[in-house]
Design a protein around this ligand. Structure first.
Ligand code: 1HE
Length: 263
C-alpha cells in the first residue's frame, strides 16, 4: 500500500501519481512568491518523502512559476535575521538537490530571483515557451540568498549572471534553453505532461544510478581529475555490481530491453 505524502501548508499542494509525487507552488495570488511557509514546507516535503516515491515533478499554479522571494518578509528583517533566513533557504534547497529522488521542474511565466534559485537546485528542467528568467536583485537593492551565487554560475557562467543582476536583463525561454536553464522546451500548456513523462522515465531507472547521478556526479565534477577518476571507478563498480544493473544488462543482451533510439 502506498504511503501518504507529507502534510503541507495551503501554499503548497502535492498529489501522487503512481510512484511520482507532483508538487505545486500554490500561491498564485502572490505569483508563487516564496515566503517562509513555502520554504519550510519544501524542506519538510523533501525530508519526509515516502520511500515508494521515486521522482518528483515541481510546478507552479497560475500564470507564473515564481516571483522569487516574498519581498514583504524582507522589509522587517534585521541583518542578522537575513543571514539566518538565507541559511534556511540553503538548507531547504540542499534537501532538494541532494535529496533522495530526482526532481523535474516545469517552468512557465516568470522564473525570477529566488524562483530561479529554486529551479537551479532541481535536476531536470522543462520550460514552456512563456517562461522568462530574471535576477532583479540589483533593482531591489539586494543579493541572491537561496544558493543562487553557488548554483547559477555553474549553469550559465559568472559573466551572464553578472549581467542579469547588474542590468536586470531578462532571458527568454529560447535563450534559457540555449543556456542550460532548461533542458526541454515545450509549447505553453504542455509542460506538466512532459514533466510527468520525464519523471516516469527517471523513476524507472535503477535506484543506484539515480543516486550516483544526483550525489556522485556533481561532486566528481568539482574534484581534481585524479580524485574524480577514483570516485568514478568506485561509483561505477558499486552501481554495476547491483542486482538491478545485472538484470538490465542481461535483458539487453537477451533482446528483452529496448535499443537506444533517437527521434
Ligand atoms: C509579490 C511578489 C514578491 C508579486 N513578493 N509579493 N522578486 C521580484 O522582484 C519580482 C516581483 N514581481 C513581479 O515583478 C511581478 O509580480 C511578476 C512579473 C512576477 C508578475 O506580474 P503580475 O502583473 O502578473 O502580478 P502583480 O500584479 O505584480 O502581483 C500580484 C500580487 O503578487 C501583488 O500583490 P497584491 O496584494 O497587490 O495583489 C504583488 O505585490 C504580489 N507579488 N511578486 C511579494 N516577489 C533568497 S533571496 C532571493 C531574492 C529575490 O528573489 S529578489 C526577486 C524578488
Amino acid at each position: 500500500m502506498s504511503q501518504p505524502l507529507p502534510e503541507l501548508p495551503a501554499s503548497l499542494h502535492a498529489q501522487r501519481q503512481d510512484n511520482i509525487a507532483i508538487l505545486r507552488l500554490n500561491r498564485a495570488q502572490k505569483r508563487n512568491a516564496l515566503n517562509d511557509e513555502i520554504v519550510i514546507g519544501l524542506e519538510n516535503f523533501f525530508t519526509k518523502l515516502p520511500d515508494d516515491i521515486k521522482a518528483v515533478v515541481l510546478h507552479g499554479a497560475g500564470d507564473h512559476f515564481s516571483a522569487g522571494l516574498d519581498l514583504s518578509e524582507l522589509r522587517t528583517h534585521s541583518v542578522t535575521e537575513s543571514v539566518f533566513h538565507s541559511r534556511s533557504w540553503h538548507n531547504a534547497f540542499d534537501k532538494i538537490e541532494f535529496g533522495r529522488v530526482p526532481v523535474v521542474t516545469v517552468m512557465h511565466g516568470a522564473v525570477v530571483g529566488g524562483g530561479l534559485e529554486l529551479v537551479a537546485a532541481t535536476h531536470v528542467r522543462v520550460a514552456e515557451r512563456s517562461t522568462f528568467y530574471a535576477l532583479p536583485e540589483g533593482i531591489r537593492g539586494i543579493f541572491v540568498g537561496g544558493g543562487g551565487s553557488v548554483r547559477i554560475p555553474r549553469l550559465v557562467g559568472v559573466s551572464r549572471m553578472m549581467n542579469m543582476m547588474l542590468t536586470g536583463h531578462t532571458h527568454s525561454a529560447e535563450e534559457g534553453q540555449a543556456m542550460s536553464l532548461s533542458h526541454h522546451l515545450v509549447d505553453n500548456g504542455a509542460g506538466l505532461a512532459k514533466g510527468i513523462e520525464l519523471a516516469t522515465k527517471i523513476a524507472a531507472n535503477a535506484p543506484l544510478t539515480n543516486f550516483a547521478v544526483m550525489h556522485a556526479l556533481p561532486r566528481i565534477a568539482e574534484q581534481d581529475r585524479s580524485s574524480g577518476y577514483v570516485m568514478e571507478a568506485l561509483m561505477a563498480a558499486i552501481a554495476s555490481g547491483d542486482e538491478a544493473a545485472k538484470q538490465r544488462v542481461t535483458d539487453f543482451l537477451e533482446k528483452r530491453a529496448p535499443k537506444v533510439s533517437h527521434q
